[in-house]
Write a protein that binds this ligand. Sequence first.
Ligand code: NAD
Length: 360
Amino acid sequence: MTQHFTLTLLPGDGIGPEIMAVAVDVLKAIAPQFDLAFTLQEALIGGSAIDEVGTPLPEATLDRCRQSDAVLLAAIGGYKWDSLPRAQRPETGLLGLRAGLGLFANLRPAKILPQLLDASSLKAEVVEGVDIMVVRELTGGIYFGQPKGLFATETGEQRGVNTMAYTSSEIDRIGKVAFEAAQKRQGRLCSVDKANVLEVSQLWRDRITALGVDYPNVELSHMYVDNAAMQLLRWPKQFDTIVTGNLFGDILSDAAAMLTGSIGMLPSASLGESGPGVFEPVHGSAPDIAGEDKANPLAQVLSAAMMLRYGLDQPAAADKIEAAVMAVLNQGYRTGDIMATGMTPVGCKAMGEALLRALS
Ligand code: NAD
């Protein structure tokens, strides 16, 4: 029996529409093969929403997302909107979407593909076999804590303030997601904090340690964030699953991304307690190459696969998309960001066409 799903597509800005077009073609190709039917509805977010309706997250977009089974997002942002007041910036739309859908857990796999060993800036023996899952808290911490803002001091100076704050329940719910993710992987969880300096991190460490009692089959360790940054570059294979707060996770997941050679290869999933998840590439809108058919669409396509796996419970369709990505890499197709000697250079569209051939 055909299964129907309503998907909200948020192409956003920069290379967003180019890579989304490839992912949509892939979803349309895969649907009949697995007896799936997708109702695809597009909505505005980010800079394009600012240009059209004056706000980075129109209410209509949030409504549409809430009423769908999953949300596939490309990327937002660009130079054009960088000087707008904070509340009107594209990034504010993204933060609003995460908060509006209650997406508190961000899962970012960083897995080295054997075909792309040479694309990493680290030595092959350091990165070969790396398979890390960074579980980042997404709706708390310093990006949301109060007070925040620009204030005038008594001496007439300006003072910028942000507050890193976590409640015990916020730490517990992300901790549970991370322990469960670790259970499905190699059973090792490293919690990253700055407990030697920050009270908020001491609470984080205490709560994660206490939670660990409920997961005796997971080996829990703790690491300070500065050391974690160093260890990720020194010997990344020591990590299986990492759990950390919003700010540290933002930075460490990008560092983990670079181990794999290209940020253009990495998908992510953002999940809440219930309701639709948002699936999106780790990279941004790459305004430096937007509109030039140079973008690597594979992170977007792998995000669609993650959506099928974690959002729609369609693992077979996800497997098929992931196999198609491996196939095009094995055939030697490379966009500029992952180009290597002897490979066939392609643009975004041609990579999409190669994927469709691999799927057919
Ligand atoms: P970025 O990820 O957009 O780009 C960093 C570098 O990686 C650039 O050289 C870019 O060309 C390259 N790159 C990124 N994705 C690529 C792809 N698919 N194929 C080939 N090359 C790719 O990060 P940035 O330059 O720091 O930010 C640009 C804009 O994106 C900013 O406005 C930023 O706020 C926004 N941004 C959005 C998100 C998001 O939508 N989730 C995330 C990060 C940054």
